[in-house]
Design a binder for this molecule. Structure first.
Ligand SMILES: [Zn+2]
Ligand SMILES: [Zn+2]
Length: 238
C-alpha cells in the first residue's frame, strides 16, 4: 500500500482553513441571529432540514466522484482527494487514527466559499443566509461524522445520535464498504442513500459520463485488457 503522505505544509494550510471557516461562521451567525425570531420557527426548521438533505446529497456526489473517476496521478487533487478515497477502501480504520486537523481541515477549507456566500445572501434574505450557513456547517462536519461511523467506540452522545438516525450510523455505512462498493455513498446523515440507490442515480450518472467522455467508471480497478475490451464494445455500440 502507498505510504500515507500527509505533509506539514498540508497541516498548516488546513489549520488556516479551519480558522478562516470558524471566523466566517461566527460573523455570519452574529449577523443572522437578531433577524431570527420566534415567528420564524417553521422557516428555521425547514431551512435546517433542507440544508441537511442537500449536505447529505453533496457528500454522496463528491464521494461517488472520488471513488469512481480519476487516479492518484491527477495533478493537485490526485495526491489529496483521490488518494484519500482510495486509501479509505483499502484501510477503513486509517481515518480513525487521523487527528482533528487532518479529519476536518480539508472539509473546512473546501467549504469556505459557502459561509462567504451565506454572508452575502444574508443581506437580502434570512432564509438563504440560514440555509447556506447550515449547509456549510453540515458539510464541514462530514469528515468527523464519517470518522465516528468507523470508530469502535464513538462518544456516547454520538452513538445515541447514530441510533436515532440523526447522524450516519456505523451499520448503515457498512453497506458502502460491502462488495461491490457502489452504493450508500452519502456519508453525512445517510438519509439520501435509499432514494439515490433506489432510482439508480449514480449508475445513470456513470452511463451519461461514459457516453459523453468515453471514460470507464472505476477504470483503475480494470486490467489494461478489460479496458481495451470495454472501449471496443463502446465503439461497436456507437
Ligand atoms: Zn467509498
Ligand atoms: Zn467509510
Amino acid at each position: 500500500m502507498k505510504k500515507h503522505s500527509y505533509t506539514q505544509t498540508q497541516f498548516l494550510i488546513e489549520i488556516a482553513g479551519l480558522l478562516a471557516f470558524a471566523y466566517a461562521n461566527i460573523v455570519l451567525w452574529v449577523r443572522l441571529a437578531p433577524d431570527l425570531g420566534s415567528d420564524d420557527v417553521w422557516m428555521i426548521a425547514g431551512g435546517v432540514l433542507v440544508a441537511g438533505l442537500s449536505a447529505d446529497f453533496l457528500s454522496g456526489l463528491v464521494h461517488w466522484a472520488g471513488d469512481t473517476w480519476g487516479t492518484e496521478e491527477w495533478p493537485v487533487i490526485g495526491n489529496s482527494l483521490i488518494r484519500t478515497f482510495r486509501e479509505h477502501h483499502t484501510d477503513q480504520t486509517a481515518i480513525t487514527r487521523h487527528g482533528f486537523v487532518e479529519t476536518n481541515g480539508a472539509q473546512a477549507l473546501t467549504s469556505l466559499w459557502i459561509p462567504m456566500l451565506a454572508l452575502w445572501l444574508e443581506r437580502y434574505s434570512s432564509f438563504w443566509g440560514l440555509y447556506f450557513g447550515m449547509l456549510a456547517l453540515f458539510m464541514a462536519c462530514t469528515g468527523q461524522i464519517h470518522k465516528w461511523a468507523h470508530q469502535e467506540r464513538a462518544p456516547l452522545v454520538v452513538r445515541w445520535l447514530q441510533k436515532a438516525k440523526l447522524l450516519l450510523g456505523a451499520e448503515h455505512h457498512q453497506g458502502h464498504h460491502t462488495v461491490p462498493f457502489t452504493k450508500s455513498y452519502c456519508i453525512t446523515f445517510g438519509w439520501m442513500n435509499r432514494t439515490l440507490d433506489g432510482i439508480r442515480f449514480f449508475r445513470a450518472s456513470e452511463r451519461v459520463i461514459t457516453w459523453m467522455t468515453g471514460a470507464e467508471p472505476r477504470a483503475y480497478e480494470m486490467t489494461p485488457a478489460a479496458r481495451e475490451a470495454a472501449a471496443r464494445a463502446r465503439t461497436q455500440r456507437a
